[in-house]
Write a protein that binds this ligand. Structure first.
Ligand code: PXL
Length: 280
């Protein structure tokens, strides 16, 4: 259930998150860093955008210049070294292109040696856009093909391939359509299919389907759930897990974080990695 912990005084596994901040502390690089800390992983962070956000809405976005995003990635990889990287909110087409370029340069992704989880974040939990539709093509054709794992939710599946997933058959069709972008593994996350008593994620490597199912956790406080799954996957990959094992680990970690979710402000509360502190 847990990733191996590094003894005191030794350098732990490092994972780089490339994404936006959430001033409310529920999603984005804050959620990623918190999950990583509680997984025993050292979080490195390349910020793409600052969101002005609370539990109710995203009211403003300040985009970091793409070159500054790329420089954060470059200096971290060249000095600190990382075992995996993940992306979340990328904010603009220019940032997607800069991230793809620097990742290629430093060996992140399928053509390099560093596993790469691409979470194609397009909107906040409140429905506020975090990526313009005009940037979708850059995501489809520039960044996603570099991914070791692509982790869209059902809204992102609809945006990327225009398929409305309502059952197992349409989930398989979507996985096949998404897989044509060229990434190594595709997951279609079923967590948003609220008509189902299960949260079933479908994994596809171009040949075989694997299904991972967990009982649906009935909570209104699921902010950061997608970030948590992608982060836990990247953290397990950094420890050398293969992709199906990393996703199985991440699914269990996310389910437990959903079970421990808590209210925050007047809107959506976050999933909680903090519950790890009560476990031994
Ligand atoms: O959960 C996806 C996500 C990622 N990154 C940022 C966000 C959100 C959702 O709200 O705000 C910055």
């Amino acid at each position: 259930m847990y990733l191996p912990l590094t003894p005191d005084g030794q350098t732990p596994v490092r994972v780089l998150t490339i994404g936006g901040t959430d001033s409310g502390g529920s999603a984005g690089v804050q959620a990623d860093s918190r999950s990583m800390a509680l997984l025993g992983v050292h979080a490195c962070v390349a910020v793409t955008a600052v969101t002005v956000q609370n539990s109710l809405r995203v009211s403003d976005i300040h985009v970091i210049p793409p070159q500054v995003v790329a420089d954060q990635v470059r200096v971290v990889v060249s000095d600190i070294g990382i075992g995996a990287a993940k992306t979340g909110m990328l904010a603009t087409e220019a940032t997607i292109e800069a991230v793809a370029q620097v990742c290629r340069e430093v060996g992140i992704g399928q053509d390099g040696s560093i596993p790469f989880v691409v979470d194609p974040v397009s909107a906040s939990i409140h429905g506020d856009p975090l990526l313009p539709d005009s940037a979708l093509d850059a995501l489809r054709h520039t960044l996603i093909p570099m991914a070791t794992v692509l982790t869209p939710n059902l809204d992102e599946v609809r945006l990327l391939v225009g398929i409305d997933v309502t059952d197992d058959r349409t989930a398989r069709r979507a996985a096949e359509a998404l897989h044509k972008f060229g990434q190594r593994w595709t997951i279609v996350k079923g967590g948003h299919l609220r008509s189902s008593p299960f949260s079933s994620d479908l994994l596809y490597d171009g040949e075989r389907f694997h299904e991972l199912s967990a009982p649906r956790v009935d909570t209104a406080h699921d902010h950061g759930a997608g970030d948590t799954l992608a982060t836990a996957t990247a953290s397990a990959l950094a420890h050398g897990y293969d992709v199906p094992a990393a996703i199985a680990f991440a699914k269990e970690w996310t389910t437990r974080s959903l079970q421990a979710s808590y209210p925050l402000g007047a809107g959506h509360g976050p999933v909680s990695a903090l519950r790890r502190l009560r476990e031994h």
